[in-house]
Design a protein around this ligand. Structure first.
Ligand code: FES
Ligand code: FE
Length: 435
């Protein structure tokens, strides 16, 4: 774009195009769009940081990012979770260089300023001789970021103003519970996340996981044919696409006709789900084989069965993933396996194995997806392609499903662009500064 006006015009044309079911390729790989997302979207939205089970004990921390800001997410000695900018207030050095660990304090490797894990500045070398009483420690703590949680998910927001997390999620909690309420103890991460970089735009993945049931029978067809994925091209289009209008969140709920309710989970977990979820949730979720959803902008979940031995009934696993924008057309990926906290250990191990075979850096389904996503990203950044639009017209006329027990806009079939139009419309609101 030649200037800010050119970019603003493009954003407004993009928003208008969405109402007609078009979205531009350029959105998926462009240096100016990436910069605008940093400033208007990631600096404003609630973004996922960590799962509470990653930092269960006092002093536990992980380092994460929101946009181009590095953060330390730590649990203090009172059990309170803090997110602070991972930057020393003295000259801006990175405070903590590990991805995870346990520490009561962080000491800067440059001049030695020392902070509690809650962010307070407590140690300054040559305090008396150098600063002669002019430096007030309480004024120079680490910069705190707003933190809130939902069912173990820790989110941060760089904007000190704006909606609460509950308002931001806007009813999507109903669907998130499908992945999180696997018993009264909830879920926990099974080991550290898989973490890698890819030449892929974060939006391609976030869109795919907002309910792209369309790609599954093609991109992952081998899974049906070889008996690893108990589904088929015919049944795969059945189900619902649910989105929260004006919020950007969306989920594809793949119906499993003839697929036994909650199969692939041990009885103990099923009993726990029924206890932890509402009757409305149980009524919907017991019919679901695969559920794939995105919390706008870049946190996604997937629950699906995967057969450890071809032809066997699948083991149901849950993965949670974060698509961190690392640059135009570049992404840092985090992928976790979530397991019910109270489940038998052998199920946890099986679910992790099923997850690892399908997803994570070396997962078979993951390879299928990234092969496509990196190519889409490369196309979107190329000369002629960048001025083209893609069609987002599936389900433009779909009527909402009457009397669906869950919130939001729910349409049929599962193969549908409705969730994506809602998502990119919310993205347009942020980029236009109107969110
Ligand atoms: Fe951290 Fe100087 S930059 S103490
Ligand atoms: Fe896929």
């Amino acid at each position: 774009f030649n200037d800010a006006t050119g970019l603003a015009d493009w954003v407004s044309r993009t928003r208008a195009g969405l109402t007609e079911g078009r979205f531009p390729a350029r959105a998926f790989n462009d240096v100016d769009v990436h910069a605008l997302e940093q400033e208007r979207l990631f600096a404003k939205a609630w973004c996922f940081l960590a799962h509470e089970s990653e930092i269960p004990s006092p002093g536990d921390y992980v380092t994460r990012k929101i946009g181009n800001n590095n953060l330390i997410v730590a649990r203090d000695e009172h059990g309170v979770i803090h997110a602070n900018l991972n930057m020393c207030r003295h000259r801006g050095n990175v405070m903590c260089k590990s991805e995870m660990g346990n520490a009561s304090h962080f000491r800067c490797s440059y001049h030695g300023w020392t902070y509690k894990n809650s962010g307070e500045l407590v140690g300054v070398p040559y305090m008396k001789e150098g600063y002669e009483g002019r430096l007030k420690r309480k004024d120079w703590g680490l910069v705190a970021v707003r933190v809130d949680t939902y069912e173990g998910l820790v989110f941060g927001c760089l904007d000190p103003e704006g909606p609460s997390l509950a308002e931001y999620l806007g009813g999507f909690q109903f669907y998130l519970d499908l992945y999180l309420k696997h018993g009264l103890g909830g879920v926990e991460v099974h080991g550290p996340p898989d973490h890698w970089v890819a030449d892929t735009d974060w939006k391609i993945c976030a869109e795919n996981f907002a309910g792209d049931g369309y790609h599954t029978p093609v991109a992952h067809q081998w899974g049906f044919h070889l008996g690893y994925f108990p589904s088929s091209g015919t049944t795969h289009s059945q189900g619902w696409a649910a989105s929260i209008p004006g919020k950007g969140h969306g989920i594809g709920l793949g119906h499993g006709p003839g697929y036994p309710a909650f199969s692939g989970f041990p009885d103990q977990v099923v009993a726990g789900m029924k206890e932890a979820m509402s009757p409305e949730q149980v009524a919907v979720f017991s019919q679901i084989r695969t559920a794939v959803g995105t919390v706008f902008p870049n946190l996604s979940f997937l629950m699906q069965p995967f057969s450890l031995v071809p032809g066997d009934p699948g083991v149901r696993f849950v993965t949670m993933r974060l698509y961190h924008p690392a640059g135009p057309g570049r992404m840092e990926m985090y992928s976790w396996c979530l397991v019910p906290k109270d489940a038998p250990e052998d199920y946890k191990a099986e679910a992790y194995r099923a997850y690892t075979l399908a997803f994570g850096q070396a997962g078979t389904f993951e390879q299928d997806d990234f092969e496509n996503w990196t190519k889409v990203t490369a196309s979107a950044g190329s000369g002629l392609v960048r001025d083209l639009d893609f069609p987002y017209i599936m389900g433009m006329e779909s009527e909402p499903v009457p009397e669906f027990p869950g919130p939001g806009h729910v349409v049929r079939p599962y193969v549908n662009d409705t969730n994506f139009r809602n998502m990119w419309s919310r993205w347009g609101d942020y980029l236009a500064g109107e969110a």
